[in-house]
Design a protein around this ligand. Structure first.
Ligand code: PRT
Ligand code: ZN
Length: 292
């Protein structure tokens, strides 16, 4: 019987969320001693725990069928190995958000990337940076560094950097200013481009349906409330991302109970607006599983 092999990051920013996501899809693993290969117990999906940089290559080489990795790494390796092709993005996963930005010393008077022409840019993403700047018709000298890119301008080995940013703290600490975002990234599930044998394809589709359910459930809330019968339209309009609410009469009252799954975030502002049109007893509950 076919089994799917999924590569995830062993330890780092994406590890815990990648594993949680697969566990929430009902996957259970027997951990092996070397900790690199985890055998799937109830569902024929095994895990390979590796460095994130190796994941796109393991997919391209056919060692794994699926991989969870940042789009930044997948794009870099595809450009390096395959002219930008070879992997198929199946689903963005909603975590590991960051951006690849050009940053320059605070005192350098440049206002956009077109002024970078001919300058030296330090980065751990040489292919992606070169490709994205070429798209903007800017030619630079790329200085490839494997880490601590942010100190290159201070050391005089580069004029600017192209690096991942999330909060911007690292840039500020190194007296750098974010000039331009050139690429947005988040963790995503990838497969290899091309045909897959039927049995594996069926397994993949089952896993994807569960994944979709888990992601949708985590973004959804179940809302219950009471409201005047004639406020139904207003209430439905105010519930974020709702299509078909359930309506139930309340015994001996001109009020009704409304239950709905909200597909978008529910904020205090939404609840206050609902209260203002007459809603009461408003409850917001998490949704654990969902299969549509
Ligand atoms: O050991 P291994 O090779 O597996 O891990 P790694 O050290 O290469 O990667 P890791 O765990 O640091 O990051 C994994 C992935 O997380 C990256 O490929 C991105 O897709 C994503 N990610 C999200 C980030 C960040 N946010 C991030 N802020 N990756 C790196 N950073 C670094 C950035 O390089 C810079 O040094 O954090 C610093 C900037 O952060 P702020 O918050 O100061 O702006
Ligand atoms: Zn890495």
């Amino acid at each position: 019987m076919s089994r799917l092999r999924v590569a995830i990051q062993k330890s780092g920013r994406l590890s815990e969320k990648s594993l949680d996501l697969l566990k929430n899809c009902g996957l259970r693993f027997a951990r092996s001693k070397d900790k690199l290969f985890w055998y799937g117990k109830d569902f024929p999906v095994d895990l390979l725990l590796v460095r994130d940089d190796d994941i796109p290559r393991l997919l391209l080489d056919g060692v794994c069928d699926l991989g969870i990795v940042g789009e930044n790494i997948a794009s870099e390796v595809m450009l390096e190995r395959n002219g930008g092709n070879g992997l198929h993005l199946l689903r963005k996963l909603g975590f590991g958000h960051c951006r690849l930005s050009i940053a320059i010393p605070e005192d350098l008077e440049i206002n956009d990337s077109s002024s970078l022409e001919g300058l030296r840019i330090a980065t751990s993403y040489p292919e992606l940076t070169r490709y994205l700047l070429e798209q903007k018709n800017v030619t630079t000298e790329i200085v490839e560094l494997s880490g601590s890119v942010e100190i290159a301008p201070g050391l005089g080995t580069a004029d600017a950097i192209s690096d991942l940013v999330s909060t911007g703290t690292t840039l500020r600490a190194n007296h750098l200013r974010e000039l331009e975002v050139i690429y947005e990234s988040q963790a995503a599930l990838y497969s290899r481009e091309g045909e897959v044998e039927a049995e594996k394809q069926a397994l993949l589709e089952r896993l994807l349906a569960r994944l979709e359910g888990v992601i949708q459930a985590s973004e959804s809330k179940y809302v219950m409330l009471h409201a005047p019968r004639d406020a139904l339209d207003k209430v439905t309009e105010l519930l974020p991302g709702v299509e078909h609410p359930s309506i139930m009469p309340l015994e001996g009252s001109d009020r009704i109970a409304i239950h709905a799954v909200c597909g978008e975030a529910v904020f205090w502002e939404h609840l206050e607006a609902l209260k203002a049109v007459g809603a009461s007893a408003i409850l917001v509950l998490p949704v654990e599983k969902m299969l549509s």
